[in-house]
Design a protein around this ligand. Structure first.
Ligand code: 2ND
Ligand code: ZN
Length: 369
């Protein structure tokens, strides 16, 4: 039986009532997909502009609900099908610029001070743009969004290669070429089953040769062996999701060799609870492995994955975790510091964000509670 078979539709993503202190808490997100986080109104407007007629509804509220419900499928493959609609309207320079600017604005409005936002440039070529033009448009959009947010957020891009296609080396080269202009690193994403990360070894070797950062989606739909391959064969510095590492942790809490390696090397896990509930990687919030992993000393970060598709925000993820595990500001400070420590940023910049933004932000929050 599938883990999420018993979940009523959209139970996974039901929006919690977010406490004021949660909203105000400084946040950092390392795992947020650009094409999974559009505003429903923007999708509808862009669809009209570009002539895309495939949307299931033109009512913004209904469209938001449609994405969340369609993605509440218990399967990563079905979750990923919903992205056809967002990618369809992200095929021009103007559309990419707008979506990226709004992404930065929305994250900043939610209290996010540092974000790494990923997308697959190869999925935005249908309107005739080149890979370079796609990256430039998104980078310019992020700069615009940062400006609109009054400098309250710093956004870096991660370029994603899709694991079922064969363009990952090209995307790795694109990452290296744009590293000085807003691209922080590389990722691979897409359906995990049948597409192990080692298929993309030339891409990872290229990134290593050029001292570039990368993360890999692993341990989401496939078990701990995919985390092993991502870390030990491919050399990932962080793991997208990674929650199936629990396959290598015994009931009594004893860590196997892989789990111990990941913990002891401080390899960050980009944990996305709501998305995991939707794809069947976890059963419910209360039994989500994030708490086990945190208590075992893993470098755990808390993330949205896809704000539209998962019907979430960083505040909602925080709130779900506060409700499930009784977490207070000290645990969210820990997740936020862990995220910035694992950011694909120069060390002095990470330290500056932690010392000048996150620590004082939590001190003020605690003082005012
Ligand atoms: O959680 C995920 N696992 C694997 N692939 C994902 C996930 N969320 C989004 N994607 C895919 C769909 C997008 O089109 C692509 C690039 O952002 O990445
Ligand atoms: Zn993801």
């Amino acid at each position: 039986m599938h883990l999420s078979d018993n979940l009523p539709a959209s139970a996974a993503a039901a929006a919690p009532a977010v406490a004021e202190w949660v909203r105000r808490a400084p946040k950092a997100v390392l795992h947020d997909h650009l094409d999974g986080g559009l505003r429903p109104e923007t999708i509808i407007e862009l669809a009209r502009e570009c002539g895309y007629t495939g949307l299931p509804t033109e009512d913004p509220a209904a469209l938001g609900v449609w994405f969340r419900d369609a993605a509440d499928s218990g399967s990563l493959e079905r979750y990923l099908e919903t992205f056809a609609h967002t990618c369809a309207v992200m095929q021009s320079r103007e559309a990419l610029f707008r979506v990226a600017a709004e992404c930065a604005e929305d994250l900043a409005a939610d209290g996010v001070v540092y974000a790494e936002v990923r997308y697959a440039p190869e999925q935005h070529l249908a309107g005739g743009l080149t890979l370079d033009e796609v990256v430039t448009a998104v980078n310019e959009g992020f700069r615009e969004g940062e400006r609109r947010a009054g400098g309250r957020i710093v956004v870096g891009a991660l370029l994603t290669g899709m694991r079922h296609t064969d363009r990952s080396l090209e995307i790795a080269e694109l990452t290296v070429a744009h590293r000085a202009s807003g691209v922080a690193g590389f990722d691979i994403a897409g359906g995990e089953i049948g597409n192990p990360p080692a298929r993309h070894l030339p891409a990872f070797q290229h990134l290593k040769r050029h001292n570039c950062h990368f993360t890999i989606h692993a341990g989401e739909a496939v078990g701990a062996e995919s985390v092993h391959e991502a870390v030990q064969v491919c050399g990932a510095e962080r793991i997208g999701h990674g929650v199936r590492i629990t396959d290598d942790i015994a009931e009594d809490g004893t860590l196997g060799h892989l789990a111990a390696y990941v913990r002891d090397n401080r390899i960050a896990l980009e944990v996305c609870p709501t998305s995991n509930l939707q794809t069947g990687a976890a059963k419910d919030y209360a039994s989500h492995p994030i708490d086990l992993l945190r208590r075992a000393g893993f470098r755990v970060t808390l993330n949205t994955d896809n704000r539209l598709v998962s019907g979430t925000t960083m505040s909602r993820e925080f709130q779900h975790m506060a409700d499930a595990f009784g977490y207070g500001p000290e645990v969210f400070e820990e997740f936020t510091v862990a995220a910035v420590e694992a950011a694909f940023l120069p060390l002095p910049e990470r330290r500056r964000i932690i010392d000048e933004v996150i620590r004082p932000g939590y001190a003020a929050l605690t003082a005012s509670r």
